[in-house]
Design a protein around this ligand. Structure first.
Ligand code: ACO
Length: 325
């Protein structure tokens, strides 16, 4: 019994913010952003539009593709660091919006690795025969935690949502393995200092910078390339495959240079390496399900293809999944 992806969906907000728009906001340039990150534009949620709104649309699109009704879902797992509220789980809000009344729902926090962590949790549940169908979601409204006066970070991120429907099936297709790692020693290289129990909001208010994402980009970069490479090799080795067997590699879309350096170390060709970071920037937990949906709808994923996916993010966390499509 394997958990197989039987539907994919995504949603990107309408508003496009280009690098030229950012030139008007901070001391940066289109050329610098493209040369250092490969990002040309990103999507920004409309006023009042939040993570559950985007995720519900993406999830409904995945359900429609799968031909499954929301009430047939047993489990909703959501990877996000920008839920609608600190609690309760945004997955529960999505459950209500979809009418998935027979499911239980929860969020998990693994930053940019959130979707693969969620996929792993749902896979374990279904592969153990505890349920038949799961909805796995990655969705973020990072524009609400980005410091729009900090050129080191604000040029990198965007908003969006992606989802897949998993079904437990017999046969060759499905998730072959997942591998998860974390190392909490790197906390302060990538985190959001405010609004938790360490730096709570208070009647006096918090330091104006605390609610925003903080990152030491070049330190993150080095560990990211190493970890993405290692966890991808781990997935291939565990299943007796080499990079030549991979039909498509979908890495977390953080930065073109990270993606190219990782693909080079893994000896993957340009054709194997799926890239859309130029259009959407880094949408954290949403990049991989958005990319899966785009790749599938573009005909880049066919039945029997081997899909390798890997992510790296705050925590630090990193993860991979090997999937027979
Ligand atoms: N425009 C112009 N100049 C800039 C900008 C900008 N937007 N941002 C930084 N600079 C400047 C810096 O101030 C610095 O100037 P200085 O030399 O005068 O001090 C110079 O550019 C070089 O800065 P670096 O940080 O060394 O540049 P680097 O080549 O490392 O690129 C970047 C920065 C793009 C952030 C890169 O390090 C990176 O992509 N890191 C990975 C980040 C990432 O992917 N994080 C997400 C992980 S996932 C998650 O969980 C959210």
């Amino acid at each position: 019994m394997k958990a197989r992806i039987i539907g994919t969906g995504s949603y990107l907000p309408e508003r496009i913010m280009t690098n030229f728009d950012l030139e008007q906001m901070v001391d940066t340039s289109h050329d610098w952003i493209v040369a250092r990150t490969g990002i040309k534009e990103r999507r920004i949620a409309a006023e009042g539009e939040c993570t559950s709104d985007m995720a519900t649309i993406a999830a409904q699109r995945a359900l429609d593709m799968a031909g499954i009704k929301a009430e047939d879902i047993d489990l909703i797992v959501m990877g996000t660091i920008t839920g609608d509220y600190p609690w309760p789980a945004t997955a529960c809000i999505i459950q209500a919006k979809l009418g998935a009344q027979n499911a239980f729902a929860y969020d998990l926090s693994a930053a940019c690795s959130g979707f693969l962590y969620a996929l792993s949790a749902a896979n374990d549940y279904l592969a153990n025969g505890r349920g038949k169908r799961a909805l796995v979601i990655g969705a973020e409204t990072l524009s609400r935690i980005v410091d729009w006066t900090d050129r080191n970070t604000c040029v990198l991120f965007g908003d969006g949502a992606g989802a897949v429907v998993l079904e437990a099936q017999d046969g060759e297709s499905g998730i072959l393995s997942t591998h998860l790692h974390s190392d909490g020693n790197y906390l302060e290289l990538l985190y959001q200092p405010g609004f938790g129990s360490r730096n709570p909001s208070s009647p006096e208010g918090v330091d104006a910078r605390l609610p925003y994402l903080k990152m030491q980009g070049n330190e993150v970069f080095k560990v990211a390339v190493r970890s993405l490479t290692d966890v991808s090799k781990e997935a291939l080795d565990a299943n007796g495959f080499s990079s030549a067997d991979v039909g498509l590699f979908i890495p977390h879309q953080a930065n073109l240079r990270i993606l190219e350096a990782t693909a080079k170390r893994l000896e993957l060709t340009e054709e194997q390496n799926f890239i859309n970071v130029d259009k959407y920037g880094n949408t954290s937990g949403a990049t991989i399900p958005i990319a899966m949906d785009e790749a599938f709808r573009q005909g880049l994923l066919k039945e029997g293809d081997l899909l390798l996916s890997a992510a790296f993010g705050g925590g630090f966390t990193w993860a991979s999944a090997l999937i027979r499509w």
